[in-house]
Design a protein around this ligand. Structure first.
Ligand SMILES: Cc1cc2nc3c(=O)[nH]c(=O)nc-3n(C[C@H](O)[C@H](O)[C@H](O)COP(=O)(O)OP(=O)(O)OC[C@H]3O[C@@H](n4cnc5c(N)ncnc54)[C@H](O)[C@@H]3O)c2cc1C
Length: 285
């Protein structure tokens, strides 16, 4: 696909190519009461040197966040720092990032990629969390294993984002229908909040947000035990402002960087439905 055809898609969901554009976007979003998480676009690096460069960029990003006084943490993909090459390379790079996050009293969340990497990601998370509690992980509600993973991991200090899951996964391991995924999302959230964990509830599905919000209110879960998360650029009406008005934390996930084209193309291939959202947004503009 030509770059021009992807550009409108990318512009909606990516803060920019440079750090300067991204700083402006984060500050504007912070000023509206939202917190942010930054993701340097890219995944599946081809060499250890590339993984090292990305690791350095992430470490530098913590310096920028502190210097610019932004209310913002970082999300990373383990294949971006070498997991597909060698687990040890990814582990070393992850620890460098976690040390830097700790130095800045900040936080790092490991995004969850396709199921090839689920167990390795959980293993790395477990290896790190006792030494670096400023780490979080992601559980995907479409995976049949995720509720069990939530039970297993849900001890003090467990911090997970719950999302539906973006990759194409087979029926043997993943729920396929919308209602079952919504139900599993709700169960995982309840499991975490009924235990000791922190839940980052990452969805644009308003009926699901409503359902979780009602449950949170009825059980009076303390608002420092959870937050809501959305992707930058996804239209949500006034639902996010209503969450903010209740005193809840709402975080926007902001991807940026030079890899916007490949990233956008991959997202489109994984979920061609997204293009219809973008076209909808364009026409609304
Ligand atoms: C903060 C955050 C972090 C994430 N991290 C991961 C991760 O680490 N691993 C992973 O596998 N997945 C991740 N995802 C993606 C997630 O798994 C879903 O694929 C994605 O969020 C769409 O699911 P949904 O819950 O919004 O529900 P859906 O049922 O897909 O969407 C609900 C409604 O939201 C709207 N909507 C959804 N997506 C878009 C969009 N892109 N543009 C415009 N409107 C849209 C539509 O109107 C739709 O009807 C993340 C999502 C968020 C919000």
């Amino acid at each position: 696909m030509p770059r021009w055809s992807i550009h409108p898609f990318a512009k909606t969901y990516v803060a920019g190519e440079s750090i300067d554009e991204t700083i402006l976007a984060v500050k504007e979003i912070n000023a509206r009461g939202f917190t942010c998480t930054l993701d340097i676009l890219g995944e599946h690096v081809q060499s250890a040197a590339e993984a090292e460069n990305i690791t350095r960029e992430y470490c530098d990003l913590y310096d920028v966040i502190t210097a610019e006084n932004m209310n913002c943490n970082i999300s990373i993909k383990l294949t971006h720092i070498g997991l597909a090459l060698d687990k040890n390379i990814a582990a070393e790079n992850l620890i460098r990032i976690l040390k830097q996050a700790k130095l800045h009293s900040n936080f790092c969340r490991i995004d969850m990629e396709n199921s090839t990497y689920t167990q390795q990601t959980i293993d790395l998370y477990k290896d790190c969390v006792s030494i670096y509690p400023n780490i979080g992980i992601v559980l995907q509600a479409y995976l049949k294993r995720s509720l069990e993973d939530a039970r297993d991991l849900n001890t003090l200090g467990f911090n997970t984002r719950i999302c539906k899951g973006i990759y194409d996964e087979p029926e043997t391991i993943a729920l396929q229908d919308r209602t079952s995924i919504q139900d599993n999302f709700f169960q995982i959230t309840k499991e975490i909040l009924s235990g000791n964990g922190f839940a980052a509830i990452a969805t644009h599905d308003i009926p699901l947000i409503d359902r979780i919000d009602e449950w949170i209110e009825s059980t009076q879960v303390s608002s420092d035990r959870f937050e809501f998360q959305v992707l930058y650029g996804v239209p949500m009406g006034s639902r996010l402002e209503r969450l903010l008005d209740k005193g809840y934390t709402v975080r926007q996930y902001i991807p940026f960087g030079k890899e916007w084209f490949d990233y956008s193309l991959r997202r489109l291939k994984e979920n061609p439905k997204i293009m219809s959202y973008v076209l909808g947004n364009l026409f609304k503009r």
